[in-house]
Design a protein around this ligand. Structure first.
Ligand code: ATP
Ligand code: LTN
Length: 336
């Protein structure tokens, strides 16, 4: 009889600043929903974070905060492997090998590289260019079949597939070729509150453009009150025509679980002021228990350290198998 083996799934988020409700809706909140169906491996991608300037103390703080947020949003460290990327050296080791089958042109044409080099013109470094190869290593080390990410990461995933196929062709079957995984309900891309034609991003210079997972109730409500809508007064979902209002409806839907149609009905005949207030309240109410749980976890550093240690050990056990196979295939002498 054939045994049903669970597929492996890998994803990561960078500890590069305060996590926004966009990161949460598009990525993090989905992670815990996948943990029963798949072998889930989730990382805090601190090696990726240093490809743009980071302050050491802030990076350490953001790493702990992101770990606590992962746990507070329902990831169970006994069901998943949850770890900090820099604590598992295999990620850098595989990156070196994959670098030798990657062409510079493949990396210099990546949209994220072009955007981030324009934004950090004073620090266009090799790490920024190599970012996608490190990301490919993350995924391939765990033989992940699926990678849940937002649409902005599609190009990186394509490169990961190309590198896996190229290595397998050159050295024999070694890596699982992964697929992207977009959850049915999470196609949602959350847009900036200040300019609904741009995605909500934690590195936006305008703090009113995003709501972070740690904003308090007053801040959340203030930011929604200021959110850009339009001069019309109809609360209707029409992303092209009414991007601001549609974005607020998407956020309301994501945090309340009500369908978009029900949300439209709920606000029929009401003004934008009431609508924005209701969205702000719904978001603040949804964030409150996550913030409380996160604060509780952050106060228990010994527990967090333990989770990270256990996670790094489990990750290392899986990663080591793939890395040994790679080292053997490329001809590194191991002594046995
Ligand atoms: P940065 O502004 O530093 O580039 P970011 O806010 O875009 O960061 P990342 O750490 O690059 O966030 O992304 C983490 C995850 O969140 C990814 O899977 C990404 O696709 C998803 N994500 C980021 N922004 C949004 C958004 N506005 N809506 C939905 N998902 C998002
Ligand atoms: N680049 C990703 C974060 C990331 C990632 C990964 C996502 C690093 N390594 C491996 C999926 C799989 C981002 O979301 N910005």
């Amino acid at each position: 009889m054939e045994e049903q083996v669970k597929k492996s799934l890998f994803s990561a988020v960078q500890p590069s600043g305060s996590v926004t409700i966009g990161n949460y809706i598009g990525a993090i909140r989905n992670f815990s929903k996948l943990q029963d169906e798949y072998n889930c491996i989730y990382a805090v991608a601190d090696l990726h974070a240093i490809t743009v300037p980071q302050e050491a103390a802030a990076l350490r703080k953001n790493t702990l905060e992101l770990m606590a947020l992962f746990l507070a949003s329902g990831i169970d460290p006994n069901k998943c492997v949850l770890f900090v990327q820099s604590q598992v050296p295999a990620h850098c080791e595989l990156t070196w090998v994959l670098n030798t089958i990657t062409y510079p042109g493949e990396l210099s044409r990546m949209t994220q590289f072009k955007d981030k080099s324009a934004k950090h013109a004073e620090n266009v470094n090799m790490g920024l260019m190599d970012y996608p190869v490190l990301m490919a290593s993350d995924i391939l080390l765990y033989q992940a079949a699926l990678v849940p990410v937002g649409a902005d990461q599609k190009q990186h995933l394509e490169l990961t597939r190309d590198l896996a196929i190229r290595f397998n062709n050159r050295y024999g079957q070694t890596f699982t070729v992964p697929d992207g995984y977009i959850l049915k309900d999470s196609g949602a891309k959350i847009m900036s509150l200040a300019d609904p034609s741009k995605k909500m991003s934690k590195s936006d210079d305008n703090a009113n453009a995003f709501v972070t997972m740690s904003d308090d109730k007053d801040t959340v409500i203030r930011k929604f009150k200021r959110a850009i809508t339009d001069s019309d007064s109809e609360i209707r979902y029409a992303p092209e025509e009414k991007p601001g209002v549609s974005n607020l409806l998407t956020i309301y839907h994501a945090f309340t679980g009500k369908s978009i149609a029900d949300c439209e009905k709920e606000f029929a005949g009401k003004g934008y002021g009431d609508f924005k207030m209701a969205v702000g309240e719904a978001v603040a109410d949804a964030l409150a228990p996550i913030q409380a749980e996160k604060a509780r976890l952050l106060a228990d550093k010994a527990y967090l350290n333990g989770v990270m240690k256990q996670g790094a050990e489990s990750a290392f056990r899986i990663a080591r198998k793939t890395l040994s196979k790679v080292y053997r295939k490329v001809g590194f002498y191991s002594g046995d």
